[in-house]
Design a protein around this ligand. Structure first.
Ligand SMILES: [Zn+2]
Ligand SMILES: [Zn+2]
Length: 196
């Protein structure tokens, strides 16, 4: 489904109506073979999901599921075979990620992202896990971020997500989660946006 020119996989479950990312779409991205889920040329938002420590969780359940996303720009075919270039969308120039052949499933983009983030994305210029320049960053966000800073060693995925957030949104991992929280929205009758 295109939204403002950005493609994303829309979940059919009623509880996910207004979400750009949910566990179901993440599952689809991870498991669908190439022929079932063709990524269109242009910009596509890809969902992420992961289990992270949750300060609000009771002791017997120490993690909760968090959602995020990143955008990729996919070129038209660059050869007769149908190979396309996949870049990750950032606030500045897109960063080249991989080339994708018609038989490659979307999960290969996640694999390439993991490699790219872990090998080529570094904190620079005083940035670190625990800092954030996003205008949406609040005191409560920083409180949670400070708490998580002590857990980065035990949960390397925290640093991975933080770097994805910094690279793509100039925002920390908690800001990324906050952007993907299910929100209560007015019904279609109230907004006049029912067809979206
Ligand atoms: Zn869903
Ligand atoms: Zn932040």
């Amino acid at each position: 489904v295109p939204d403002n020119g950005v493609w994303y996989l829309k979940c059919s479950k009623p509880e996910c109506t207004d979400l750009f990312a949910c566990v179901h779409t993440v599952d689809a991205m991870m498991t669908s073979p190439a022929e079932d889920l063709l990524i269109p040329s242009g910009i596509t938002s890809l969902p992420m999901a992961g289990e992270f420590p949750d300060p609000a969780a009771p002791n017997d359940q120490l993690t909760s599921e968090k959602l995020g996303s990143f955008k990729v720009q996919v070129s038209d075919a660059i050869n007769a075979y149908g190979t396309r270039k996949v870049s990750i969308v950032t606030p500045t120039d897109p960063a080249f990620l991989m080339t994708m052949n018609p038989e490659d499933a979307i999960v290969s983009i996640y694999t390439a992202l993991k490699h790219f983030i872990n090998s080529q994305v570094f904190y620079v210029g005083g940035d670190r896990f625990g800092s954030c320049k996003s205008p949406d960053h609040r005191m409560s966000t920083q409180g949670l971020l400070n708490w998580l800073t002590g857990l980065v060693g035990a949960y390397p995925m925290l640093e991975f997500w933080d770097k994805v957030g910094k690279l793509t949104l100039n925002a920390c991992v908690v800001c990324m989660w906050n952007r993907h929280k299910p929100v209560v929205v007015p019904g279609p009758d109230d907004s006049g946006l029912g067809s979206l």
